[in-house]
Structures are given as C-alpha cells and as structure tokens.
Unconditional design. Structure first.
Length: 361
C-alpha cells in the first residue's frame, strides 16, 4: 500500500524521506508543493529530480478526501461534504467576514460525546479522522477559495469546531495543527488556529505542552447539574476541574484568554440567575463569552432563547466586565450553522464503546 504523505507533518515527512535515503530539504519541497501549491501529483513537482518523482509515484501518494457535495448559503457561507470512505462523509464550513475568512474543520466521523443539543452528537460515532482527512479539508477549501486580489489566502483562520471532539482524536489533530502552523505548510499563527473542546481535561493539559493554540471551551452551563444533563462529559470532568485546566492552559496559550462557547437554550440555561452563576464560576479565568443562539433541528427537544433573554444575559455579563459576543447565525439555510453539522455517518453502533473508552482514559 502506498504511503499517503498528507498524514505527515514536517518532522514526520523528514523522517520518511530519510528512510528513503533522501536529504531533509526534499521534505520541505514536497510539503510546500502539497500544501501551498495544492499539488496532488508528484509529476507537478518540477523542482524534484525525475528519479525522485519516479520513486515517489511508486511508493507514495497524495490522497485527499473526495468531494461529494458543495453548497453555498445566501450569506456567502460555503459547505463541503467530503467522502471519507465506507459511506461516511464529513462536513467543512467556510464563513466569510469583513476582516477574515474562517474555516470550520471536522475531526471525527460523528461524535461520541452525546451533547443533547447537538445534531452531530445525535447522529452517532464511526471513527476518528486521519491527519490527512483533517488537513485535507483545509487543502480542499484553499483550492476552492483561492486568494484575495492582494494575493493573500482567503482562509485566514481555522477553528476545530466541526463534527467531533478534537481532543478525543488527539494525535491526528496535533499532526494536522502542526501542518497548519508550519511555514512550509499553511503558515497560520497560533492565534488564528482555535481548538474547541467540550472539556477533556487531561488532553487540554497535553495540548498546552505540545501545541498550544487558541482554546475555546464548549461550556453551555453555569452549574454542574445543568451541564451533567446537556454535556455528559461533565460527569467525568466537572466544572471545578475544567476551570482549573483552563487556568493551566493560559500559562502557554497564544492568547491571554479562553473563549467560552455558550449555546442559548430557552428555559434551560438562559435565565438571569445562570448569568450570575457564570460570573462566579469564571471569576479566576481570564475569558470572553461567545453566546450562540440555538440552531433548531428536528426532534431536538429544545427551543432557541428569545432575543430578549439573550440581550439580558449578555448585558449582565458585560456589566460584570466581560467581553461578550452573540454569534451571528450563518449558513443555516444549508444546515451549516453551529450544532447543525451532521455529515453522513453510517455506523452508529460504536458510540457506547467509544464513550466508555473516553471515560476510562
């Protein structure tokens, strides 16, 4: 079987070329061709010796997920469904804004964490994505979006907030992050790459040590009783432990704050008392809040908070001195909004197995 070079960051690719008897600079050349030029064929790499291209064609490949579907929203949001084999597909979303272009990347086929308000979580879990399937989403989007008139890449920011829990697929996500940050890859800054987690505390500590990018935490509740219900992982890592992990992460984080994501669920977590509880909960964690109006999906059992409740909730937090944004609903006409990504997950039978593994680990 040919080796897919998209599974390697620069260190891995350098080691692979060393085993082939090639000089380290060849790895940098190939990495630039794959990620900066979007090459998928070794014969495109004209500065490589013909003998090396022949060897690579025989032993290696550049295999990205195949495009199954592309959609564009009325607001300019774009969504791609990518084929990751055996009837499974993952979704990637590009969100254009005035000052930046953000790509939302998936890390798993489905999700095992069963957050009750999330369409992806309702769908089940199949498997982790490989590093090539993760970085392949950025590869595809770069090809599709191109560059600005100033010859700058349209995609300036990446958020690991698509399907799946990134830190449950730690090694492959870290490899993909390494490629995103590498100057021979996509050259993104740590401040412009964000990993979102539901609160996997040990993996947050590991990420701090090996790849400290910006961190967002899917908080969604102000007390353990509510969070136990809507984010079941909280039963393993309750809020006190999660807040301590956030404080530890900030020691090496590229930004001096944690972003707390908070989906607004009518009558569940959106009352004034919940806002005051939040203020007390995060008093020792430099942070900002991103309030997310719930995006309904069939049989969710939840309703979106009223605009008035969201306004009151936001005002209470702001009056306490916090930076608070309310996420604009983008791409909901193509099911590309937060919590709506569902992809195409065929095998739903392994969720409990994976969940038990996460609890044990």
């Amino acid at each position: 079987m040919k080796t897919n070079l998209l599974n390697f960051d620069l260190n891995g690719l350098t080691e692979h070329f060393s085993q082939m008897g090639e000089k380290p600079f060849r790895a940098k050349q190939v990495m630039r061709w794959m990620h900066q030029s979007g090459a998928s064929d070794f014969d495109e790499m004209t500065d490589l010796a013909k003998s090396l291209r022949t060897k690579l064609n025989a032993e290696a490949c550049i295999q990205v997920p195949e495009l199954m579907m592309s959609q564009e929203s009325s607001d300019g949001t774009r969504k791609w469904l990518l084929d990751v084999g055996t009837g499974n597909g993952v979704e990637t979303v590009f969100i254009p804004e005035a000052e930046r272009g953000t790509l939302c990347i998936s890390s798993q086929v489905g999700c095992a964490l069963e957050c009750t308000f999330c369409s992806t979580g309702r769908q089940g879990f199949n498997r982790n994505l490989t590093a090539s399937e993760i970085i392949g989403q950025l590869w595809w989007a770069n090809k599709a979006m191109g560059v600005t008139p100033k010859n700058e890449r349209v995609i300036s920011n990446v958020v690991m907030m698509g399907m799946g829990e990134p830190l449950a697929n730690f090694d492959n996500v870290v490899t993909a992050l390494s490629i995103m940050l590498d100057d021979h890859g996509y050259g993104l800054s740590r401040r412009r790459v964000t990993v979102s987690t539901s609160g996997m505390v040990p993996q947050m500590d590991r990420l701090k040590e090996v790849m400290p990018v910006a961190l967002a935490v899917s908080l969604h509740a102000s007390n353990d009783a509510v969070r136990d219900t809507i984010v079941p992982l909280n039963k393993k890592y309750p809020l006190k432990e999660l807040m301590a992990a956030c404080q530890r992460y900030l020691v090496k984080a590229p930004r001096d704050f944690i972003t707390f994501e908070y989906v607004m669920l009518d009558g569940v977590n959106d009352l004034a008392k919940h806002a005051y509880e939040l203020i007390d909960l995060v008093k020792d964690v430099p942070c900002k809040f991103n309030l997310i109006p719930f995006n309904p999906f069939p049989n969710s059992g939840y309703e979106r908070s009223s605009n008035e409740n969201i306004r009151i909730f936001k005002d209470i937090l702001q009056q306490a001195g916090f930076v608070v944004t309310v996420r604009k609903t983008r791409g909901d006409d193509i099911d590309a909004a937060c919590g709506q990504l569902a992809g195409q997950v065929q095998d739903k039978t392994r969720r409990q197995q994976k969940w038990q593994q996460l609890i044990v680990d």
